[in-house]
Design a protein around this ligand. Structure first.
Ligand code: AMP
Length: 299
């Protein structure tokens, strides 16, 4: 397995592979890998084939974190990640540093006291519709950071296919939209959410769940199951507002849980629905203590 940290070296390698006709499959991650990530790697291998190349990118992208979010303390363990990738038969881990992804020019003296670094980066990719609700409403600059870094990764790794997790349903929908709108020659594959045995969706942020917060975090999955059961036993569609009120009460019975949002929508268009039936998609974000967790599922 090769470890590549420079953009130029990664592009050179990808071009070589392309010339030889090898299929390239990319799994973009922020590292601190868990079984959910590794399941995406297996899907990528199936798509790339034995002769193809699987690239896992590991980069905690600063531009998708808000100023008050957990960028600094986001868990990182590159050594362990490399070991896991090697065991999965990954061909290349692309792990660039911040300066490689977002170059900073020479520092400039702006006034008598402060030296300020001049960013040489000023182009962003913005999806203007699907990015507005849910995660976009709670984290206003998040998706701009995601689409920009994913577009960069596509231009660096030159993948034929890229695998994303259904765990971040809205993100996957936005990436598919971007690829279609901007004609990226990349096929987007969305792989299912992997869960712990008690239903908690695997996430690098689960590391923050100390003591009894870990148990309380299962409330996201229990809320999905409750909504599913409600929809299943009702003979007619259920008003979304009513279900939202009931679920908020249900979730906040856990002492450390605070609902950020719960939304019901069409799975492909993300259009909110006012009546919930089987097949409606549900997504929610909940603070468990200070940790913000998300989950989603089809009802
Ligand atoms: P992250 O490192 O959290 O940015 O996630 C990288 C990729 O892994 C994204 O496409 C996520 O949707 C996906 N992912 C994260 N958690 C899971 C999970 N529990 N099951 C499947 N895919 C996941």
């Amino acid at each position: 397995m090769q470890i590549v940290t420079s953009v130029a070296a990664m592009q050179r390698l990808a071009r070589q592979w392309q010339r030889r006709g090898a299929c390239i499959s990319l799994v973009p991650t922020m590292g601190y890998l868990h079984e959910g990530h590794l399941s995406l790697v297996r899907v990528a291998r199936r798509h790339a084939g034995k002769e193809g190349k699987v690239v896992v990118s590991i980069y905690v992208n600063p531009t998708q974190f808000g100023p008050k979010e957990d960028f600094i303390r986001y868990p990182r363990d590159l050594k362990r990640d490399l070991k896991l990738c090697r065991a999965e038969g990954v061909d290349v881990v692309f792990a660039p540093g911040d300066k490689e992804m977002y170059p900073i020019g020479a520092s400039r003296r702006d006034d008598r006291t402060a030296r300020r670094a001049v960013p040489t980066f000023s182009t962003h990719v913005v999806e203007g519709n699907l990015s507005k609700a849910m995660e976009g409403a709670s984290r206003p600059t998040h998706f701009r950071g995601v689409t920009t870094v994913v577009a960069k990764l596509f231009n660096i790794v030159l993948p034929d296919t890229a695998v994303f997790g259904a765990k971040d349903w809205q993100q996957a929908a936005i990436i598919k939209r971007m690829v279609c709108d901007l004609n990226f020659p990349v096929k987007i594959i969305v792989a299912p959410t992997l869960r712990e045995t008690d239903g908690l969706a695997m996430s690098s942020r689960n590391k923050y769940l100390i003591g009894n917060l870990r148990k309380q975090a299962v409330v996201l999955w229990r809320a999905i199951q409750k909504a599913r059961a409600t929809v299943k036993k009702s003979s007619k569609p259920i008003p979304a507002t009513q279900l939202k009120t009931d679920l908020k009460k249900f979730i906040e019975r856990e002492p450390a849980a605070r609902l950020d949002y719960v939304e019901f929508f069409e799975p492909d268009t993300l259009s909110p629905v006012s009546k919930v039936t089987r097949g409606t998609h549900m997504a929610l974000a909940v603070f468990v203590g200070k940790t913000r967790l998300i989950d989603n599922a089809r009802l």
